[in-house]
Design a protein around this ligand. Structure first.
Ligand code: GTP
Ligand code: SPV
Ligand code: MN
Length: 635
């Protein structure tokens, strides 16, 4: 079932020390760059697969792998659309597992800050090489027994761009092969770029279920939740992931490489790898501005990146929905950003033709849906599609049970169910989205889910204050990781789960960009779409109406006199935000409850000081002090 059937004549063998001859069912091992061959041979020896498949990223390859997965019961076609498939995971493997995600460096404090005694560090988990060696030795030897080892050569960013980086992922999951082909640029051309011995990020992934499986496989989704670990070696640019086939745990180009490892490379090389969407907004005067925005997982990046404006005359175009690599141009001083990814791995529930039509239209072809419901006529279904689904439609929920349309007591989909679709299919994808030189960023937005206290939009007084706004970011927990209770958590820069080195150094790295007078620093903002009233109803309509906030932000970028200082930053002057056609309680939406904010700033200082200790940059302590002083003067 795991085998790809190929004509016998196309198979060649490689001889691996202590293992003997291993068939290569696709691709030519001998033609790979020698440093790649050496690493692959070591990994084959470690994982002992029964065959090797070197991916080329072609359509034919995708068709072959898809066919195999369908025959094996891991994927099923969704005949309502073109080349779309549905997949249900083992219900124990549905999201990232932050508690099992580690950074390995010689010195602990290269990875994690000097937290004060008693504060258990949540800004990265460090293990020593000795400790992790035990975990690795306990898991990886023989982990691909009876399975095919796939070799995926890929580029993060347009192939050949000076802003891009190359990775190679080894995996025993064919689902990962298909998904990586959507999310990254998989191609045999990668090997040409590695010819001169150029380095690449080495990614090893295994489902952790050698065959015959020791435990029953649930939903044809092999995984090993008890033994799941995701391990990063930032110094040697390596990732090893075991036991999970889901999302960021297994598509190693995404969070593992493009944020944690790339973040560290960016620190070393003087640029930024951030958890940010990239979009452009063109105003009625035809003036276009690019914006990057960081929100924690499941807090609205994909939705903002492709929003449909509710006010006339504006055009939004999408460059990326999750990750931005950005650097200040040495000549022009502009901050230029690329989206290193090639696809969207978006939260399905809540996505519909009203909230995000562009996402729906992007995923009607060549897409994979994981942990969603299915309609009897072969379509997808999830919470949020009620109004678009005819009454009486038969639905099977993600757990395989029948689901009754509109049944509020059950869920048809897992809250972290995702669509995986090629970005180029997005109706509003920017024609520069693959520009090797990136796009120039004029504003950076941070935000989170803040039901209480936090106004719709705040502008930072200056760069250092903006970095403080980012450092104090908090958000209500979501289903994107293993947090179950709804609680407000600190998530500085929306990077808490994704930072690849000491967070104190990370904040200082941000602060340092101000020291170069050549850098054209974008203005920094904080937004909150999620404030609620006393009945728990959102005070702001969100989604397409967020254009009104973007419009205000762009006018501020153009230095329009529409902001006034407050204790927490610059707020829109009353009447300066276009609210035409909306029924908004502006005063409630923008209120700064004094007690709330005094509690908040004290708690923020305590938390940052506890987490970062002496690594907390002095400039941030000063910003906190200034905020306290401003708050003390509030009425
Ligand atoms: P990741 O892909 O996990 O990083 O998440 P994301 O930041 O891309 O979040 P996404 O855009 O997928 O939105 C997550 C959830 O928030 C969805 O259920 C959306 O419907 C909801 N959401 C997004 N934007 C808004 C908004 O403006 N207002 C409200 N109320 N909900 C929103
Ligand atoms: C997130 O959790 O931020 C995601 C999904 O985008 S995952 O790829 O699983 O990290
Ligand atoms: Mn997203």
């Amino acid at each position: 079932m795991e085998d790809i059937k190929v004509p016998f004549s196309e198979v060649h063998y490689i001889t691996i020390e202590k293992l003997g001859n291993v068939p290569v069912t696709k691709g030519d091992f001998q033609s790979l760059p020698s440093h790649v061959q050496t690493w692959l041979a070591q990994m084959i020896q470690l994982c002992t697969p029964h065959a090797v498949h070197i991916c080329d990223g072609s359509v034919e390859e995708a068709e072959m792998v898809t066919k195999m997965l369908v025959e094996g019961g891991q994927l099923a076609p969704l005949p309502k659309y073109e080349n779309c498939y549905i997949c249900r995971t083992d219900p124990r493997d549905v999201a990232r597992v932050e508690s099992k995600t580690f950074l390995i460096t010689k010195d602990k404090h290269e990875s994690v800050p000097h937290s004060r005694d008693g504060a258990s560090c949540v800004l990265g988990l460090w293990k020593s090489s000795d400790e992790i060696k035990k975990d690795i030795d306990d898991r990886f030897p023989g982990c691909m027994r009876g399975r095919t080892l796939y070799v995926i050569p890929y580029s993060m960013g347009p192939i050949g761009s000076s802003l891009s980086k190359i990775g190679v992922e080894i995996t025993d999951s064919a689902y990962v092969v298909l998904s990586m082909r959507v999310m990254t640029r998989v191609s045999s051309d990668i090997w040409k770029h590695l010819r001169n011995g150029e380095e690449f990020v080495r990614c090893l992934h295994s489902l952790g279920v050698p065959l015959p499986a020791a435990q029953p496989i649930v939903n044809n989704w092999p995984c090993n939740p008890e033994k799941t670990i995701i391990v990063h070696f930032p110094d040697s640019r390596k990732v090893m992931s075991f036991g999970s086939g889901y999302g960021g745990n297994s598509l190693l180009g995404k969070k593992c490489f493009a944020l944690r490892i790339a973040g560290r490379i960016a620190y070393d090389e003087g640029w930024l790898a951030e958890h940010m969407l990239i979009m452009s907004v063109t105003n009625p005067q035809g003036e276009e501005k690019f914006i990057a925005a960081a929100f924690p997982s499941a807090c609205g990046k994909t939705n903002l990146a492709m929003l449909t404006p509710t006010i006339p005359g504006y055009t939004v175009r999408c460059v990326g929905d999750d990750i931005a690599w950005m650097r200040f141009d040495k000549e022009t001083g502009e901050l230029r950003a690329i989206n290193p990814e090639a696809g969207f791995f978006g939260v399905a529930p809540g996505t519909n033709m009203k909230t995000n039509p562009n996402a729906i239209l992007t995923c009607l072809q060549n897409s994979i849906f994981t942990n969603v419901g299915e309609t009897a006529d072969g379509g997808f279904y999830w919470e949020g599609l009620e109004e678009e689904t005819p009454a009486g439609t038969e639905i099977t929920g993600w757990t395989g049970e029948k689901y009754k349309l509109g049944d509020k007591t059950k869920k048809s989909s897992h809250p972290n169910a995702r669509f995986c679709c090629p970005a180029r299919q997005c109706p509003i994808i920017h024609d520069k989205w693959e520009n090797p030189a990136g796009v120039p960023i004029s504003a950076i937005i941070f935000g989170g889910r803040r039901p209480e206290g936090v106004p719709l939009v705040v502008e930072a007084f200056n760069w250092a204050h903006g970095v403080f706004l980012a450092a104090q970011l908090k958000s209500e927990s979501t289903a994107a990781a293993e947090h179950t209770a709804k609680q407000i958590m600190h998530d500085p820069f929306a990077m808490r789960p994704f930072v690849g080195y000491n967070f104190g150094k990370y904040i200082q790295h941000w602060l340092n960009f101000e020291k170069n007078p050549n850098n054209k620093l974008p203005k920094i903002f904080h937004v909150n779409w999620f404030r609620v009233d006393e009945n728990n109803k959102f005070l702001w309509p969100g989604y397409g109406d967020n254009i009104r906030v973007l419009d205000w932000i762009i006018r501020r970028v153009n230095n329009e006199d529409i902001a006034e200082p407050s204790a927490v930053g610059l707020l829109p002057k009353k009447g300066s935000l276009n609210l035409q056609g909306l029924n908004i309680n502006w005063d409630k939406l923008m209120a700064l409850p004094k007690d709330y904010w005094i509690g908040d700033v004290d708690e923020t200082l305590q938390w940052l000081d506890g987490q970062l200790g002496d690594d907390l940059p002095q400039a941030i302590r000063e910003e906190i002090q200034k905020q306290k002083e401003r708050l003390s003067k509030l009425q």
